[in-house]
Design a binder for this molecule. Structure first.
Ligand code: NDP
Length: 252
């Protein structure tokens, strides 16, 4: 149903976790995928996994805190595949500390990685996204764009920003046939949350109690939503935030 043959996707932070889930979904639907992340070994392993699915895939080493690196990766993707239709702004990080102790250098790192990078990538990709009138931007937000937690002022601010940025880009670029949407993952089992689980003894129990589906999310849970949003079937859906959270956000 979701046929992405001939389309080209760039997935930032696509070498693991949720990003690799997005990449697999796009690849299974037929898109060529560029995996971008800092770690060359993880990039190569992700490309091998996509190729094993029969996909066309390549990787680029990129640091999303470096504007030049983002712009170069977008250009490399378009050069390599001849077009760029789908941008997935997924790379993200978290540095957890109470607000009264938060270091400003960490604040800037979290905001640069999670928020500013997406704006730069979208701006760089825009001429390509509008070229064939089927452009797609899929941003990765978080439930913490809605809820507050004591250690997450920077992370929550960055993800709240991603949601509002999504709406502005959606309105600005809808006439170009470009849709811009944001995913709000709940608690997903990845490297990012493994560390949080080690640091917070009750986290596993809290997540299972508060998630109606009674399990952690898995990167596989993101394959379908990426393929759908990138497809022609979702051409009239733009500016929306889609929870993928096992019911976490609607649990009374
Ligand atoms: P992972 O730690 O598994 O993945 C993070 C990805 O981002 C990696 O591919 C990493 O690659 C990449 N990355 C991090 N910093 C940079 C950087 N400076 N430049 C380029 N790439 C970078 O975590 P998740 O899969 O969980 O996180 C993916 C996204 O999902 C993030 O935006 C996160 O905020 C969001 N999210 C996750 C949730 C969860 O419960 N796991 C919940 C809500 C949102 P590399 O290290 O090679 O650079």
């Amino acid at each position: 149903m979701f046929d992405l043959k001939g389309r080209v996707a760039l997935v930032t932070g696509g070498n693991g976790g949720i990003g690799l889930g997005f990449a697999r979904g796009l690849a299974k639907a037929g898109a060529a995928v560029m995996i971008a992340g800092r770690n060359a070994e993880k990039n190569a392993a992700a490309v091998a996994e996509l190729k094993a699915l029969g996909a066309i895939a390549a990787s680029a080493q990129m640091d999303v805190t470096d504007e030049a690196s983002i712009r170069e990766t977008v250009a490399t993707t378009a050069d390599r595949f001849g077009r760029l239709d789908i941008l997935v702004n997924n790379a993200g990080t978290n540095i957890r500390r109470r607000p009264e102790e938060y270091r400003m250098e960490d604040w800037h790192t979290v905001l640069a990685t999670n928020l500013t990078s997406g704006m730069i990538a979208a701006q760089a990709a825009y001429p390509w996204l509008k070229k064939h009138g089927v452009g797609r931007v899929i941003n990765n937000g978080s439930m913490l764009s809605i809820f507050g937690l004591p250690f997450h002022a920077a992370y929550g601010a960055s993800k709240g920003g991603v949601v509002q940025m999504t709406k502005s880009l959606a309105v600005a670029w809808a006439p170009d046939g470009i849709t811009v949407n944001v995913i709000l993952p709940g608690w997903i089992d990845t490297d990012l949350t493994k560390k949080a689980r080690q640091d917070m003894a009750t986290l596993n129990e809290d997540v299972l109690r508060r998630t109606p589906s009674k399990r952690w999310g898995d990167p596989k849970d993101f394959e379908g939503v990426a393929a759908f949003l990138a497809s022609d079937s979702a051409a009239f859906i733009t500016g929306v935030a889609i929870p993928v959270d096992g019911g976490f956000s609607v649990h009374g």
